[in-house]
Write a protein that binds this ligand. Structure first.
Ligand SMILES: [Zn+2]
Length: 477
């Protein structure tokens, strides 16, 4: 399941591997093993469902009833995972874990379905069967409790502990619900915002640029929405875009912040984008290209080097291009948008998205303009793809690019020290949430220790100010 889906049908790695075995005709044996991932995408789940679906049946030590172990029958006292035991599905008596060795010895594989191909057998086993001394029922209960409320951790727990697929929720949140929870910001950049990134979308007749502020746990705030009339043919439009790089926005604490990184889409008129990006230098501007499909572990890859023409001169490998698995950041964005507001006095959950009161209905509709659907090709292999529900979706695209810019800066890997440093720069004093830094990354992985040199390079500039500037909000068209 971890193999990325291939762009063309013939390149599917499972198909290719199976094709290698045809030479051996009836003597061949094909063995597929995997931890399942996402419902609808999981190859191993599809294979298992086509098999005779064998489960390992073990006897209840109390009544002898044969049964396979399901997580739903694991019981523990509230808040006490150390009391985890298993409720027999026949007599409902609690089975403590020390019986497990004898149960496993007396168990047997039993088919629970009829396979379409009689030679196709499938076996399923969860961590509940781990022999004594390996993963215990207590640990399973503990890990499950720890994952509560965090979709990424629950997904990992479902996949790795239970061997079950995760059902991705790809439906768009209601724009009206987002409108209801817009907030009045105390300044252009509210207290928690620690650096700014921008996403720029290039259209035939205009550029759309959204500025996002990012804070601990990848909370984010929409700071500005700028529409520049004129398309890539217009030097005036490019000049306006250049001005954004020199602008600053007012932080609630008096500091002003420029855009630390602007990610610009190269999907339309790439040559013009490369030329402009090259002229701005590599530090503040990153050209990006959207890729099909998911890549949860590495949603952004690059840079690769592409040719650019600047001032009529062709520069070989003159521009840098980053590839963004947009699907991964879209699902993250919708997951973040569905987060419930915390109770009063409670910290915001990681990933919380804050929308200002000036965000209008058109912008909100653009943000939720897509949904994730599962499509199957002729061979029955499934993949998930984002489909537009309406024509205009620039707010979602620019959000994804701004998010990619934050990723490129290293925000998913920053440690506590880095977040403290950003807070010092912005003059922000915030309560440290117990979730720590970048705890809500798209990959749902443990944050590795950042490379100190990368950290310095990624440190966004902020300019402290003595005098507070008048706050002039920009309104959307
Ligand atoms: Zn029983």
């Amino acid at each position: 399941d971890a193999y990325p889906p291939s762009a063309d049908e013939e390149g599917d790695p499972v198909t290719l591997a199976e094709a290698r075995s045809t030479t051996f005709a009836h003597r061949r044996k094909v063995f597929l093993v995997s931890t399942p991932t996402i419902r609808g995408l999981s190859r191993i789940e599809q294979e298992f469902e086509a098999s005779d679906q064998r489960r390992y049946f073990v006897p209840c030590p109390h009544c002898g009833a044969m049964q396979w172990l399901e997580f739903e029958r694991l019981r523990w006292e509230k808040g006490r995972p150390e009391t985890a035991s298993y409720a027999c599905n026949a007599c409902d008596t609690l089975i403590t874990e020390h019986h497990k060795t004898a149960m496993l010895e007396a168990g047997e594989w039993r088919a629970t379905a009829v396979s379409t191909d009689p030679h196709h057998v499938g076996y399923h086993l969860s961590a509940l069967y781990s022999p004594i001394g390996w993963k215990s029922w207590e640990q399973i209960a503990r890990e499950w409790l720890a994952a509560r409320g965090n979709d990424e951790m629950l997904r990992a727990a479902r996949n790795t502990l239970l061997g079950e697929t995760w059902v991705e929720r790809g439906e768009a949140p209601e724009w009206q619900r987002l409108a209801d929870r817009r907030e009045v910001f105390a300044a252009q950049i509210p207290e928690g915002g620690l650096f700014l990134t921008a996403g720029a979308d290039i259209q035939k007749d205009r550029f759309e640029v959204d500025i996002w502020a990012w804070g601990r746990g990848l909370q984010s705030w929409l700071v500005d929405h700028i529409v520049i009339p004129g398309g890539p043919d217009s030097p005036a439009a490019w000049a306006e875009l250049t001005k954004i790089l020199g602008r600053t926005w007012q932080h609630a604490n008096g500091a002003v912040m420029p855009v630390a990184k602007l990610a610009i889409d190269t999907g339309y008129e790439a040559a013009a984008v490369y030329a402009w990006a090259r002229a701005q230098g590599f530090e503040q501007v990153v050209p990006v290209k959207g890729l099909e499909g998911f890549n949860r572990a590495t949603p952004v890859s690059g840079p690769t080097f592409v040719d650019a023409t600047v001032g009529g001169k062709r520069l070989r490998r003159g521009a840098r291009l980053w590839s963004v698995a947009t699907a991964t950041f879209k699902i993250e964005t919708y997951r973040f948008l569905r987060l419930e507001r915390p109770e009063e006095d409670q910290p915001n959950p990681p990933g919380m998205i804050h929308l200002p009161d000036w965000a209008d209905s058109e912008w909100l509709k653009q943000l939720v303009a897509e949904q994730l659907v599962t499509v199957r090709n002729k061979r029955g292999y499934a993949r998930q793809e984002w489909q537009k529900l309406r024509e205009r979706n620039e707010a979602l695209d620019t959000r994804v690019y701004a998010r990619a810019a934050a990723w490129i800066m290293g925000s998913d890997r920053w440690d506590e020290r880095m977040w403290r440093q950003l807070e010092d720069q912005a003059g922000v004093v915030t309560a440290v949430p117990d979730v720590g830094g970048g705890g809500a990354n798209a990959a749902g992985e443990q944050a590795p220790t950042p490379d100190p040199s990368a950290r310095q390079a990624g440190a966004p500039p902020t300019t402290p100010r003595r005098k507070r500037q008048t706050y002039t909000p920009r309104f959307m068209r």
